[in-house]
Design a binder for this molecule. Structure first.
Ligand SMILES: NC(=O)C1=CN([C@@H]2O[C@H](COP(=O)(O)OP(=O)(O)OC[C@H]3O[C@@H](n4cnc5c(N)ncnc54)[C@H](OP(=O)(O)O)[C@@H]3O)[C@@H](O)[C@H]2O)C=CC1
Ligand SMILES: O=C(CO)COP(=O)(O)O
Length: 347
């Protein structure tokens, strides 16, 4: 049994806290609202984020970060990407050598184009980067909280830290794999949110499964293209944190990104959508971040660029679809010609 701090008490923080509690760890959650902390400690529920779920009694919540972090043997960060730097500043005084700093957030910071582990590393004292672990994969909180079979991947610069994390979380309904490709695992989890927004949007526009399959497949192609440029292993994108998460987020009604896209496709404004969701929709900021990053490293990301125009430049979704379909003709494997030696563009 380990003392584990869980920072962030939204849907994913709560579901992961439940996995850790099921594994008999002493789970200390930090939430910023007093009413929510009282609800978790007294009623053992968190109805705003996970209605109809009873929380194990070995989860204790605090509004003060100190008791959550004191003597913790692992720290799990599950706040939206945009809040990660601020939260890390609060965590810093309590860090200890050898304590894994695990994050389960899926985004890219628009102002810096950095992955979450890079953001965390920047806020840590030198020498702590190897303690950072990412947990990612196809895993909607709603299903994890019902103990339905789920698989995820953990990755770190230090595979010992990844394996330690695997041991903390692994159980009969939550299967954890390791992967040494930190860049690929983080990028897959963050960038699939862009494609999920698009999948929701085309569903909202009334298009069918062909359009969704096209978005998922060509979306994965552009995610992989950017990933390769940034140093990821392309094979990671066919794994749980790539294709796996892309499938679950583009096809599940649980996905906030899909739901937000769907409302946009049905004509709602972005402000109305965000008001109605009341939960983080990471794909919106990540679209901006990926758009800027793709320009910086000169990678073609047509679907991401189209969504960027819809979200930030008032382009009509129908016009974006027309432009995507009207692009110059291409060979399907063009992006990967260097990786696929037997492909010949002439045929
Ligand atoms: N939900 C899911 O199924 C999954 C989510 N993720 C990822 O996990 C991350 C968190 O998502 P999720 O839990 O769903 O989000 P939610 O919107 O459900 O919850 C966000 C949580 O973060 C808290 N929070 C927001 N800003 C701050 C801040 N500045 N300081 C402290 N706490 C803050 C919120 O507190 P408050 O309630 O007070 O606003 C809330 O507890 C995202 O990156 C998401 O992509 C990954 C896999 C699955
Ligand atoms: O990442 C997720 C599932 O793996 C959750 O996606 P949403 O944020 O779109 O709900």
């Amino acid at each position: 049994m380990s003392k584990i701090a869980v920072l962030g008490a939204g849907s994913w923080g709560t579901a992961l806290a439940m996995v850790l509690a099921d594994n008999h760890h002493d789970v200390r959650m930090w939430a910023r609202r007093e009413d929510q902390v009282m609800e978790i400690n007294e009623k053992h529920t968190n109805v705003k984020y996970l209605p109809d779920v009873d929380l194990p009694h070995n989860i204790t919540a605090y509004t003060n970060i100190e008791p959550a972090l004191k003597e913790s043997e692992a720290i799990l960060l599950v706040v939206p990407t945009k809040s990660m730097r601020t939260v890390m500043q609060a965590v810093k005084p309590y860090l200890k050598d050898g304590v894994p700093i695990i994050h389960a957030s899926k985004g890219i910071e628009p102002s810096s184009s950095k992955r979450v582990s890079e953001v965390i590393a920047e806020e840590l004292p030198a020498g702590f980067s190897n303690s950072i672990v990412v947990l990612s994969g196809p895993s909607h909180a709603e299903e994890v909280s019902k103990r339905q079979p789920t698989t995820v991947t953990v990755s770190s610069l230090d595979m010992n830290a990844a394996e330690q994390t695997q041991d903390l979380f692994m159980n009969q309904s939550f299967r954890v794999y390791t992967n040494a490709d930190l860049i690929g695992v983080e990028l897959g989890g963050a960038l699939k949110n862009i494609i999920a927004l698009c999948a929701g949007l085309t569903d909202g526009l009334g298009f069918g499964d062909n359009a969704k399959a096209a978005l998922m497949t060509r979306g994965l192609a552009e995610i992989t293209r950017l990933g390769i440029k940034l140093g990821a292993n392309p094979l990671t994108f066919s794994g749980l944190s790539g294709l796996g998460d892309l499938i679950v987020t583009c096809t599940s009604v649980h996905s906030r990104n899909w739901r937000a896209g769907n409302m946009l496709g049905k004509g709602k404004s972005i402000d109305d959508v965000l008001d109605q969701m009341g939960m983080v929709v990471e794909g919106i900021r990540t679209t901006e971040a990926a758009y800027l990053l793709a320009q910086k490293v000169d990678v073609d990301m047509p679907i991401t660029s189209a969504l960027y125009e819809v979200l930030f430049n008032n382009k009509k979704p129908d016009d974006a679809v027309e432009e995507l379909m009207g692009r110059v003709k291409k060979h399907e494997g063009e992006d990967f010609s260097g990786l696929l030696p037997n492909q010949n563009k002439e045929h």
